[in-house]
Design a protein around this ligand. Sequence first.
Ligand SMILES: [Fe+2]
Ligand SMILES: [Fe+2]
Length: 367
Amino acid sequence: MKNIYISDLQEGQEFIDFFIVRASGIKIGANGKKYLDISLGDRTGDLTAKKWDVSPSEEPALEGIKPGDIVKIKASVTVYRDAKQLRVTRIRQVKPEDGVNAMDLVKSAPESGEDMYEYILSRAEKMHDEDLKAMSTTVLMRNKDRLLYYPAAMRNHHAELSGLLWHMKRMIMHAEVLVDVYTILNRDLLVAGVIFHDIEKLTEINSNKLGVSDGYTFEGKLLGHLVQGVKVIDSLAKELGVSEEKSIMLQHMSISHHYEADFGSPKKPLFPEAEMLHYLDIMDAKMYDMEDALSKTKPGEFSDRIWSMDNRTMYKASFEPGTKKVTDLRVSAETKLAPSTERNEHSEEDVDHKEESMENQQVLWNL
Ligand SMILES: [Fe+2]
Ligand SMILES: [Fe+2]
């Protein structure tokens, strides 16, 4: 039975408990000795763990530990480079008599796969463009089984049970709002772009039914989901008799959504819906990573370093949203009532260096 969760672990704490393996391998340290480098998770997050000085007799058992396995460990919590880490002294595979509930060990999207799938399908069915509607509903219905549990990544953002649907759903929620703000945007094309942009993660990465991935597929390694997406859109458009223009535009959204060549995009977006798709994608990924890091952080403190966000540490406010009073922050009434055009007055640098500006900004961000 599970007793302690990753989000509750404190430096120096010693414990025995169960975790799911997200990655594992034996490496050789600077001292020439072998050690187990393992990433462990439960429903509250992941942590890196090390078992130092692996002896030849224990090596075969440790080499048999694979992503998706459940292990029991005895460990203590250390801190390395501002991030918590586990020093493991004992580790073994789970046994049936341990009575572990796998769902306690798996990070999961906050909504059920079925509910998110129904929301996304309903948005696709609302499309006025019959071609984009047929493309979107078909790809969703054909892939429903795997969509319900698939993560959006092996690690980092949305690497969780039903993470791919959670990513798609929040991007569509944003898209539905932004098409009213930026009226140049074609809603159906943008929503179809969201549905197709990561759909081939289903074939790019492996996943078990708990949403735990042990790596990339052969096709995923050699092509990646942007190019795999092009293939799927092209053949589906031909099958459904969709025009070349719409098919190529959707394919362009797939290959350009990572924006930079270094991140796999051979072209930058060349029309507004493709440009916006990238912003929706990056915004959702970054917000996810911040939310994840802050969920393990106490109010008034900074998070562990976030690798995917330039190793920054994020601050968790000590006040609850909507509970602060402006007078508590000693901010003048004029600042509180500042017109919206003044909201962008402070550059990031100003916020870093001017305490007063920071207080003002905090008020404005929470209005
Ligand atoms: Fe992507
Ligand atoms: Fe994405």
